[in-house]
Design a protein around this ligand. Sequence first.
Ligand code: AMP
Length: 249
Amino acid sequence: MKVLVAVKRVIDYNVKVRVKADNTDVDLTNVKMAMNPFCEIAVEEAVRLKEKGVATEIVVVSIGPKVAQEQIRTALALGADRGILIETEEKLESLTVAKALKAVVDKEEPQLVILGKQSIDNDNNQTGQMLGALTGLPQGTFASEVAVDGEKVNVTREIDGGLRTVALSLPAIVTTDLRLNEPRYASLPNIMKAKRKPLEVVAPGDLGVEIKSTQTLVKVEAPAERSAGITVSSVDELVEKLKTEAKVL
Ligand code: AMP
């Protein structure tokens, strides 16, 4: 079974994001970039399926600038077999990404497509769902457990106050939630080996897709600064301040 995994290059989750002085965007100068954490979980799940003998090939795809090859190489070091970069410097929107992914799905014909549920830079949480709509394939979103069973995949989904399991006929699309697995680290030998794994770079036009923005980013603002708190010496003082200063009592 071939598994296709979509990985996105985003700002590393440990980085404190800075906004450009003119509020036009986030400042990416000298900022550490990494694979979106939910995509790491997607790669890990694919690798586990391969280790179980369920998956036979893992193909990783990313849409983005030339440097997004770094995240594809990371996925290859974690156990993916080959990578595809759809190279573009354009600003990306979920629908264009989903259309590009659909072109790859049409070409590669994977039995399972795994995406993150959300990218941590724009919090869109829609690419997997849009890919589901464009391809007409069944989708199991926010997966906390994935079990392939013959021609089906059972996806346990985290919903408010519980879990819900859906059976999807393959080929299918799955998006990963945080508790699906704990991704491994790439070992040094595997990082070296990944350098020799195939990574194909294609232009969007090669797949018959056009990457064109339909949105304009109007403004990016940092959250308002919170003023420093104070320490009170007694409960009485706290109640007094809540009455007279905060006026919430
Ligand atoms: P989003 O809908 O932007 O929150 O992203 C959800 C998931 O879609 C991500 O975790 C990725 O698996 C996939 N995705 C989004 N953007 C890209 C991209 N530029 N390249 C590859 N995969 C992407």
